[in-house]
Design a protein around this ligand. Sequence first.
Ligand code: UDX
Length: 436
Amino acid sequence: MHLSVIGCGYLGAVHAAAMASIGHHVVGIDVDEAKIAQLSAGHAPFFEPGLQELLEAGLQSGRLAFSSDMSAAQHAQVHFIGVGTPQQRGSYAADLTFVDAAVESLLPYLEAGDIVAGKSTVPVGTAERLAPSITATGATLVWNPEFLREGFAVVDTISPDRLVVGVPAGDDGEKAVEVLRDVYHTAIASDTPLIVTDYATSELVKVSANAFLATKISFINAMAEIAEVTGADVTQLADAIGHDARIGRRFLGAGIGFGGGCLPKDIRAFSARAEELGRGESVNFLREVDAINLRRRERAVQLVVESVGGSVFDKRVAVLGAAFKPHSDDIRDSPALDVAVRLHGLGADVVVTDPEALENARRAHPQLSFEPDLVRTITGADVLLVVTEWDEYRRELDPDDAASWAKERIVVDGRNCLDATRWRAAGWQYFGMGRP
Ligand code: UDX
């Protein structure tokens, strides 16, 4: 099939490359000419495992191309909208400027029978608002939210947990579902559930999934706060409650909390939309979820300060991690960098390392020092602070080696990802989040 993907960020670039890899002819379109030049040359504009290989293979097969000109969408039958919906300045609401602009500039190239499939995360009611202008061209709008996780984006796009499609009532909706079945033929052949629903439900599925995940993380971080005043260990607590299949252990990792380009802004946009709908009280708890999450960053700072005797002024803090999570170079709303910046503000000599995110981090926070080499980062440190659970730190860093490089054997584990027993055995004072 011939597809266009409008917006070539974390979502769109992966979607375009993944759809080409399963046999479709795809053109990725973006207004950012530098990004298009990079993608056309076969370079992934960000780090995402597997993307580079898919891009190269797609370009070589002749089934994948990129353009900054919307007219390139003309021959596609299905047009995916994968542009960003960031938080508005000065408000919690989502900024829909890019979605509106993408649809507006696509309209002249739509033909009767085409499908426009929205993938961006939008406030409930957006598809209903956009549908009339699209329907007027003879095309059909569907909403097909994306649930990919950064770091696993390629796998999640090719083999998603589920496919959700919100369609209008009637024949057009039914026809659109048949077309999407063809688009996602490989996933459907391997029994991926396909949930066909209305616009509002499809939009809400996405935001409620993210709200649930954020709530799960903040729940365990709230338990970490209680553990801190009672001497309990939140990681053992998470293991114990996680054995209950109704609860499950995943997303019960207590630490410095969630960040990234999705969870923080999506729960805020959800609150803002609920307010507009007169149902703010239904999701009031999301404000608490947000507040708990942000408190954990401050708690990590406090732990570092306490660990070195009350002041970090002039202390060398080796910060291990800058990305908001491992397997990504994304630093959007990264708790790791937030903690590093706060420590810098307290007069610490902060040195940050990360396997993939250093360039992005340097651009955003030029006031910090950055060091690509892990040994040099740790050398002479008064305290080690782990804030992104990369395998390089979690599994591969040997506490005896680290002890021979650092000035003091003090480690603060902002992700509860180190083996505390092993680090203590190597002579380290170990401080976890919500652990004695
Ligand atoms: C999220 C959703 O998981 C995905 O379905 C949606 O499409 C986009 O938003 P992503 O932002 O890639 O994906 O990251 P995710 O893996 O959900 O992690 C979000 C944040 O939560 C990270 O900062 C991570 O470190 C943190 N986290 C995750 C925890 O603090 N504890 C956990 O137990 C799990």
